[in-house]
Design a protein around this ligand. Structure first.
Ligand SMILES: [Zn+2]
Length: 376
């Protein structure tokens, strides 16, 4: 899930919204409005709408706090976190690296539900001071709001503690199995399987409820199930890939013969005489025999076709010092992670500041395919 609207930064972590968030925000406000007008028929329309909107916003704020708690623990244990995105199904913190030890996995997972329980308890406590409990609500708008927030945050914690990946409970269980068996891969396989079973259960329950007349609520549960299913299977695939690439380094797979283009060539010549004829996509740009950058069709496309004659490769290339690079002894898994993080398809391989090769996604995929074919 990538954020399309950026809200700001907290502790160097970008907070953003995905467009799908607006759908859930609207649905939530509508359902809150009907909930509040039902329990307190004496309130005027204005009051109902006002507290519905405020409650919905506070709910999303508590989700951000939940995700921030994951991010804080992840960061304190050396895992970079780039952003937190709110989308239709809640929030997600983009932790850029998989934990390297069981203890980190355990705590990164557990802190989320703990945070939600704390938020929920504080809300319920305050509501109680105002004379309201979930079973005997008062007619004070503030108390009603706090009661609802208290219940929903605790429900959120319970839901998140279900022991299947990608839920927080799945991470916690993965940490425990990993710690006991000392086998991270096996732990991932187990919690991904539980995650998939849970997801299928959600889909079935949702569909059944839909046909029994629960309407959109049923579809919603099925939708959550579908999302969990795709995340759980993605994690399983990733583990399989990592298992197959384990122990291989970049230097074993990189190409040492990369196509070279002179930095002074204009784009028109580059496209017509080289790009369209060689089948290569990634070129090393050289200046007086020195590698200075990298150019792919992507950079060329940034320039309007009419201007190709007047721009040189040097004008559009990505300079070497600005590029993410890898060392020859970097593991393939790490290189793949880096490509994913930076959203690129290739990485230059440097030793002592000198370009010695290029590694591309294509290479790695080919290797994977061969390994799959030969089952090794
Ligand atoms: Zn969480």
């Amino acid at each position: 899930v990538k954020a399309q609207i950026k809200l700001g930064q907290i502790f160097d972590i970008e907070i953003g919204l995905h467009y799908s968030w607006f759908v859930i925000a609207l649905l939530m406000t509508l359902s809150l409005a009907s909930h509040f007008s039902e329990i307190n028929p004496i309130w005027g329309t204005q009051t109902v709408w006002l507290i519905s909107i405020v409650t919905a916003l506070l709910f999303f704020f508590s989700i951000v706090v939940h995700e921030l708690s994951h991010a804080a623990v992840a960061k304190s244990r050396g895992l970079p976190v780039k952003s937190i995105t709110l989308f239709a199904l809640g929030g997600v913190a983009q932790i850029e690296k998989e934990p390297e030890d069981a203890r980190t996995e355990f705590w990164v997972g557990l802190i989320g539900p703990i945070t939600s329980i704390v938020i929920g308890s504080v809300c319920l406590g305050l509501a109680w001071l105002l004379g309201s409990t979930p079973l005997s609500p008062t007619s004070s708008p503030l108390a009603a709001m706090l009661t609802w927030l208290g219940v929903i945050n605790i429900a959120l914690a319970v839901f998140n503690l279900l022991p299947g990946y990608p839920l927080d409970g799945g991470r916690v269980l993965r940490g425990i199995i990993w710690w006991v068996t000392r086998d991270g891969v096996k732990a991932t396989q187990i919690v991904s399987t539980i995650g998939q079973l849970l997801a299928i259960a959600f889909i079935v329950i949702g569909v059944v409820r839909f046909f029994k007349g629960a309407g959109i609520g049923g579809l919603w549960i099925a939708f959550i199930g579908w999302f969990l299913l795709s995340a759980a299977s993605a994690s399983q695939t990733r583990t399989t890939i990592e298992g197959r690439l384990k122990g291989i380094t970049v230097s074993e797979v990189m190409t040492r013969e990369f196509p070279i283009i002179d930095s002074r060539v204009n784009l028109k010549t580059f496209v017509e005489e080289t790009l369209l004829h060689t089948g290569h996509r990634c070129f090393i740009v050289e200046e007086q025999g020195q590698a200075v950058g990298l150019v792919t069709p992507h950079e060329v496309k940034e320039v309007a076709k009419e201007k190709w004659l007047y721009k040189t490769v040097d004008d559009v290339m990505r300079p070497l010092h600005q590029l993410q690079i890898v060392a020859p002894e970097t593991s393939l898994i790490e290189a793949l992670e880096k490509m994913g993080r930076e959203d690129v398809n290739q990485l230059p391989v440097l030793r002592d500041g000198h370009l010695i090769g290029v590694i591309t996604r294509g290479h790695i995929l080919q290797l994977l395919q061969t390994r799959l074919e030969l089952q090794s």
